[in-house]
Design a protein around this ligand. Structure first.
Ligand SMILES: [Zn+2]
Length: 318
């Protein structure tokens, strides 16, 4: 069964450790072998700039982008998904694909021209924040819980115009609701679960899930143990089922996809430790749900969304 995964942080690991190899490194959750074993046909790669390594800058955004281009694309390991008409080829399953997203706009330094450059350089998804405040908005762990700044609102307008799709995982609740008023295209939560099942601030409330379903956005359920269950001692893949049930009960069975957060975590669900486990996960789901739904969650819901919302190559944008 083909798999699409909407979030991983392996680019950060490759950036931190120049010795790491996407082809061979066993220290990476996401690598060529695990993608092949799990039949992951499309992986979304997040560019994430941790503050541990100093002030996020556009230079560091470009460094990870270059790493993606030189180490994953030019080596022939993956094809670069940027345009709507490539989805047909992704569906054919003949090769593996990568898509770029930016996890928090901190590195764009408040410069809207950099947002435009990101689009030109092939970044198609953008989360406004990581957990903290930046020039665009408050992140979900920012205690005061503010929404978007004026410049953040300008950025959203520009993303609407360019065709960059926004990602609300990590965004504050106030920011989430402001965004529903501002966007002209649906947004996604690339790696979040249901708050109603596991009350962690990174998860989505029923109201938020309903709003994403109403706009025909997508929710990437995630394999981060502490977003699945309060007690993370021995989280099993089956512990994700209540999250699936919750989203389905809110009308979202066609809106579920998966965003593992592989390489962004240091604790794993037992049996879902890397993309190589995706086929076992699919088989577990098939014991509980019809094949058509499971195929939707594994790849089709994500691909249908991309087919509608990725830009068309010939479109000229000003
Ligand atoms: Zn994240």
């Amino acid at each position: 069964m083909k798999v699409v995964d909407f979030h991983c942080d392996v680019l950060s690991k490759l950036w931190k450790n120049p010795e790491a190899s996407f082809e061979r490194c066993p220290g990476l959750d996401v690598n060529l072998q695990s993608m092949e074993k799990g039949d992951v046909v499309l992986q979304v790669f997040a560019i994430f700039l941790s503050e541990h390594y100093g002030q996020p800058s556009f230079e560091r955004v470009i460094a990870q982008l270059e790493l993606f281009r030189t180490r994953l694309i030019e080596t022939g390991n993956l094809q670069w998904l940027k345009w709507r008409d490539q989805i047909e080829d992704v569906r054919s399953g003949k090769s593996r694909w990568g898509l770029l997203s930016l996890e928090g706009v901190d590195g764009l330094e408040g410069d809207l021209f950099y947002v435009r450059l990101c689009y030109e350089f092939g970044i198609r998804f953008m989360g406004l924040t990581w957990n903290h405040v930046n020039w665009a908005a408050d992140g979900v762990m920012e205690k005061r819980g503010g929404g978007l700044t004026n410049k953040g609102r300008e950025m959203v307008e520009l993303c609407n115009k360019l065709g960059i799709i926004l990602d609300v995982s990590h965004l504050s609740v106030a920011g989430f609701w402001e965004l529903t008023e501002l966007v002209s295209r649906p947004f996604i939560a690339s790696h979040s679960n249901a708050y109603g099942v596991c009350p962690h601030p990174r998860n989505l409330s029923d109201e938020q899930i309903r709003a994403i379903v109403a706009m025909d956005g997508r929710i990437g359920l995630t394999f981060v143990p502490w977003f699945i269950r309060d007690d993370t001692a021995s989280v099993q893949p089956e512990d994700l089922l209540p999250h699936i049930e919750r989203v389905c009960s809110l009308g979202g069975e066609r809106h579920i996809m998966f965003g593992s957060d592989f390489d962004g975590i240091d604790q794993w669900v037992k049996g879902l430790e890397n993309p190589g486990k995706y086929q076992e996960w699919g088989n577990k789901l098939l014991k509980h749900y019809p094949e058509e739904l499971v195929r939707g969650w594994m790849s089709e819901n994500a691909l249908n969304f991309l087919e509608q919302h990725l830009p068309e190559q010939q479109e000229s944008r000003s």
